[in-house]
Design a protein around this ligand. Structure first.
Ligand code: SAM
Length: 282
């Protein structure tokens, strides 16, 4: 019986969950998918041995990859999520008055297993009439779709395996092509303290397609290594000039209920420590 899960993101550093119970394990056509019940973090979803999300701390990441963009935009009607098969982003997006959300997820098993074992993440979002799930490679979706979006959330795995293509200039160029004016792309950009090169590469590649590129930070306990970075890419720098009261007006008008996001946290998230600023080299 499995009682310990060890995440080995780095050869010299591991994160161990003790006293776990394996609830599900399968080799999908794309990755190894496992679900554990843990004593301290609720239910844990892993892909290829990497922590994807836990029911205990997922709110931090899903609120911060969604709300800054949707609050700053203020009038988003169509949103694309690339990846995000656990449904956490969908749940947070549907708190806003959007008309259509497309989820382009490569692995149907992630959706099915997340609905079954981590239902609080999607919280019914997959059944919302505004949501359309497109199972397939997100790279192909953004290259082929004729739809346009106000916000694109790239909630991908790390740049290894199926997720690698979602960190390329080609992918970002197609995101720019399908983004409406005033649109913004937000990306999962890893943990700068341990993945500094990845942040620099993301910065450079996002800048190949967008004029205003920076990162927002949040602290997700099970994304080990300190701050988690979220890439922000747009061609409208005014989206990042809104003051806290303007943000609060939008958030309050929507009755936004959150556990991490606040207008103050929104602004503070973009204040980058010097060691991260220094990674933003063109
Ligand atoms: N929050 C997590 C993180 O920060 O690493 C990501 C969670 S979400 C489960 C990641 C999703 O990206 C997975 O469901 C995976 O199947 C999906 N994915 C990976 N590569 C993809 C691709 N090329 N197109 C669409 N979805 C992809």
């Amino acid at each position: 019986m499995v009682t310990r899960f060890v995440e080995t993101l780095y050869p010299d550093w591991q994160q161990a969950f003790e006293g776990v119970r394996l609830l599900h394990s399968e080799e999908t056509p794309f990755q190894k998918l496992e679900v554990f019940e843990t004593p301290g973090f609720g239910t844990l979803l892993t892909l290829d041995g990497v922590v994807q999300t836990t029911t205990a701390d997922e709110f931090v990441y899903h609120e911060m990859i969604v709300h800054p963009a949707l609050v700053a935009h203020g009038a988003a009607k169509s949103v694309l999520v690339v990846g995000g098969g656990d449904g956490g982003c969908l749940r947070e997006i549907l708190k806003h008055p959007v008309e259509r959300v497309v989820l382009a997820e490569i692995d149907a098993a992630v959706v099915e297993v997340s609905r079954r074992f981590l239902p609080t993440l999607s919280a019914g979002a997959f059944d919302d009439p505004r949501v359309v799930v497109r199972i397939g490679d997100g790279l192909a979706y953004v290259a082929e779709t004729e739809e346009k979006f106000d916000v694109i959330v790239v909630d991908s795995t790390d740049p290894e395996g199926p997720g690698e293509v979602l960190f390329t200039e080609k992918f970002y160029a197609d995101c720019a092509r399908i983004l409406n004016p005033r649109g913004v792309v937000v990306t999962q950009s890893g943990v700068p303290f341990r993945q500094p090169r990845g942040l620099t590469l993301s910065y450079r590649r996002l800048r190949s397609a967008f004029s205003d590129v920076t990162f927002a930070l949040c602290c997700v306990p099970t994304y080990v290594g300190g701050f988690m970075a979220l890439g922000w890419a747009s061609n409208d720098p005014s989206l990042r000039t809104l003051g806290v009261e303007s943000l609060r007006t939008v958030a309050d008008s929507r009755g936004l209920v959150t556990r991490y996001y606040t207008p103050e946290v929104h602004l503070a998230a973009f204040a980058l420590p010097r060691y991260i600023q220094e990674l933003l080299v063109p």
